[in-house]
Design a protein around this ligand. Structure first.
Ligand SMILES: [Cu+2]
Length: 195
């Protein structure tokens, strides 16, 4: 292992730590019943400073932070869901945004997304940490079977965010999952609850 690799290992550990912090705040917000909005991320995701290296380790960016820790992210957060104040059903013309975090612990968070019947949702999926993930969404049977043609974001690398818009026609059941090798089996799945 040369020094450059060692530096990247350090970076990866820092990222993992940040991911844990982010997940913790997301979870507490979700269980508190309020709108998750603290972590959202164009700061972390936008990323050229971070991935360029000096920004990340130098501390003016994510680590130094007014970012994830301080809660001053500038990116859009998940829009309010059904039952929450300010909820507006997503349509094909104006999808509702739901943010999903794919974690190094092989979880998709939040693991339950509640929608109104026939909503169109734009999932903004971010990989936290060094493990590459996928995000597939659709009819539960298709997602479980990793059926070809099911809408999917593939090869989502560290700190990347990509979006996928899906219209949930009918009562379901629907689900989402990561089918990177071994991840689905490890429990990297989520449920769509249709209200
Ligand atoms: Cu995965």
């Amino acid at each position: 292992m040369n020094s450059r690799h060692f530096a990247w290992l350090g970076a990866a550990l820092v990222v993992a730590g940040i991911a844990l912090l982010g997940i913790g705040s997301l979870t507490s917000l979700a269980t508190g019943g309020s709108t998750p909005r603290g972590w959202a991320g164009t700061g972390i995701v936008g990323g050229s400073g971070m991935m360029g290296g000096s920004g990340m380790m130098g501390g003016s960016g994510i680590v130094g932070g007014s970012g994830i820790v301080g809660g001053s992210w500038s990116g859009a957060a998940s829009a309010p869901g059904p039952g929450a104040s300010g909820f507006v059903a997503g349509t094909q013309a104006a999808p509702r945004v739901v943010q999903i975090v794919a974690t190094p612990q092989l979880r998709l968070l939040p693991a339950v997304v509640t929608i109104q019947a026939d909503e169109t949702i734009t999932f903004e999926v971010t990989t936290m940490g060094p493990v590459v993930h996928e995000f597939m969404v659709g009819p539960a049977a298709d997602v479980a079977a990793d059926k070809a043609g099911t809408p999917e974001i593939a090869d989502l690398g560290m700190m990347q965010t990509r979006s996928l818009t899906y219209t949930f026609a009918g009562p379901g059941p629907f689900s989402f999952a990561c089918h990177a090798p071994g991840h689905y089996e490890a429990g990297m799945t989520g449920t769509i609850v249709v209200q």
